[in-house]
Ligand binder design. Structure first.
Ligand code: PLP
Length: 379
C-alpha cells in the first residue's frame, strides 16, 4: 500500500497468513456439507478455523457461530435475547450503530446507559437500572471504535448475571488488540469481526455462552447447527481463522503501539489538541484527537493530501460525516464534529505514527496561521 495507513479501526489490511489461507481455500473444491473427500476436507478446514477463532477469546469451538460480520453477530445476539424473553434493553451510550440501530428495532423499552467524561460506562448507574423491574438485555462494547476506551465489561457482567439479565458485548474493536477471556467477562454473547483484525471483510462470529440460546438467524439448510442457514463463506472463514491465530500470537507486539501512539499524542497535545478518552484505559493503537473549530472532515482531507490515511471520529456514511455520538455522550458536544481517529495495527510502525504527527502538526500550524493565532509550541 502506498501512503501511511492509520485507519485500522475502519478496516485492517489483510494479514499475509489470512491471504495465503484464503488463496488455498479458493483452490479447494468442496462444500463442508458434502460427505465425499473434498467435502470432508472443507469441513475439517471450517472446524480448524472455528477453533482458531474460539482460541482468540478462550472459548470452546462449539460456542462460535460464523456470520457475515460484526453487525450480523450483534443482530443475532439481540434477536436471540428478545426471543428468550428479555423485557427491556439497556444500551451503552457510545455503542456502535451496529448495536444501537438493532436495539432501536427490537420493539422493547430502551434505556441509554451514560458514560463519564472519559467515555467509561457508569457502573453505579447500571446497578440502579438493573434493580428496576423486568429482565434486561444489556449491551456494552468492550472497546470503543472512536476513542479506544475500554469498558468495565467484566464488572458489568457480574452485575448483569446477578440480576438475571443477558449481557451482550460487542468486542469487534477489542479483539486482536487486547487479550479477551469470554468467561471472565461473564457475558452471554460476544460479537467479533474478521476485518478489524487482519482477516477479510464480510465475515464475523457470535460467541455464545451456555446460558444463551441463539435463535435461527435465517431459514434454510442446517448450517452452523441450524442457527445460520446457507453454505458457509469458506474463503472468508478460513481467512478469519488464520487472522485470529496470527492476532493472538501478535498481542504482545500490539501492546508496543501504545508507546508510539502516546508519543504522537503528546506532540499534538503540546500544540493545543485534546485527546478525548485519553484519561481512561484504552486500546494500545487508537487515538482520538480534537481541536475546537477545526472540522474533522477538513483534517481527514488534509492528512490524505499528506499521504496519511485516518478517519473522522464519527461514522461516515454516503460521504457525509455526522457528529460523533460517542464524543457527545462524553459531554463534549463542541468536539463532536471535530474529532479525528488515528488507529494503527499489526503492520504499523513507529515511523507511521511519527509521519502522522509531523503531517498533522504542519497542517495545524497552517490552520492556526490562517486563524491568526500561533501554535502553542511544536514539540
Ligand atoms: N462494532 C464496532 C464497535 C465496530 O467498530 C464495527 C465496524 O466498524 C462493527 C461493530 C461492525 O462490524 P462489521 O463491519 O463486521 O459488520
Amino acid at each position: 500500500m502506498t501512503g501511511t495507513y492509520l485507519d485500522y479501526n475502519a478496516t485492517a489490511p489483510v494479514r499475509p497468513q489470512a491471504r495465503d489461507a484464503m488463496l488455498a481455500a479458493l483452490e479447494q473444491a468442496g462444500n463442508p456439507s458434502s460427505v465425499h473427500a473434498a467435502g470432508r476436507a472443507a469441513r475439517a478446514q471450517l472446524e480448524r478455523s472455528r477453533e482458531a477463532v474460539a482460541a482468540l477469546v478462550s472459548v470452546t469451538p462449539g460456542s462460535v457461530t460464523f456470520t457475515s460480520g460484526g453487525t450480523e453477530a450483534s443482530a443475532l445476539a439481540i434477536d436471540s435475547a428478545v426471543a428468550a424473553g428479555v423485557e427491556r434493553i439497556i444500551v451503552g451510550a457510545t455503542e456502535h450503530d451496529a448495536v444501537w440501530e438493532a436495539v432501536a428495532q427490537a420493539g422493547l423499552p430502551v434505556e441509554v446507559w451514560p458514560v463519564d467524561a472519559r467515555g467509561v460506562a457508569d457502573l453505579d448507574w447500571l446497578q440502579v437500572a438493573l434493580a428496576r423491574p423486568g429482565r434486561a438485555l444489556v449491551c456494552l462494547m468492550l472497546a470503543n471504535n472512536e476513542t479506544g476506551v475500554i469498558q468495565p465489561a467484566s464488572e458489568a457482567g457480574a452485575m448483569v448475571r446477578e440480576a438475571g439479565g443477558w449481557l451482550h458485548v460487542d468486542a469487534v474493536q477489542a479483539a486482536g488488540k487486547i487479550a479477551i477471556d469470554f468467561s471472565g467477562l461473564k457475558a452471554d454473547t460476544l460479537s467479533l469481526s474478521a476485518h478489524k483484525l487482519g482477516g477479510p471483510q464480510g465475515v464475523g462470529a457470535l460467541v455464545a455462552g451456555t446460558r444463551a440460546t441463539l435463535s435461527r438467524r435465517q431459514h434454510g439448510g442446517g448450517q452452523e447447527r441450524g442457527r445460520r442457514a446457507g453454505t458457509e463463506n469458506m474463503p472468508g472463514i478460513v481467512g478469519f481463522g488464520a487472522a485470529a491465530e496470527a492476532a493472538l500470537a501478535g498481542l504482545g507486539s500490539m501492546a508496543a503501539q501504545a508507546g508510539w501512539r502516546d508519543a504522537a499524542e503528546a506532540r499534538c497535545k503540546a500544540a493545543g489538541a485534546v485527546a478525548p478518552g485519553a484519561g481512561a484505559p484504552r486500546l494500545p493503537q487508537t487515538l482520538a484527537l480534537a481541536v475546537a473549530g477545526w472540522s474533522a472532515e477538513t483534517q481527514v482531507m488534509l492528512m490524505d493530501l499528506a499521504g496519511v490515511m485516518i478517519s473522522a471520529g464519527a461514522a461516515c456514511s454516503s460521504g457525509k460525516v455526522k457528529p460523533s455520538r460517542t464524543i457527545e455522550a462524553m459531554g463534549a458536544a463542541d468536539l463532536a464534529g471535530v474529532t479525528i481517529r488515528i488507529s494503527g495495527g499489526w503492520a504499523s510502525t513507529e515511523d507511521d505514527w511519527t509521519r502522522f504527527a509531523d503531517a498533522w502538526l504542519a497542517a495545524f500550524e497552517r490552520h492556526r496561521t490562517r486563524q491568526g493565532a500561533p501554535m502553542k509550541e511544536t514539540a
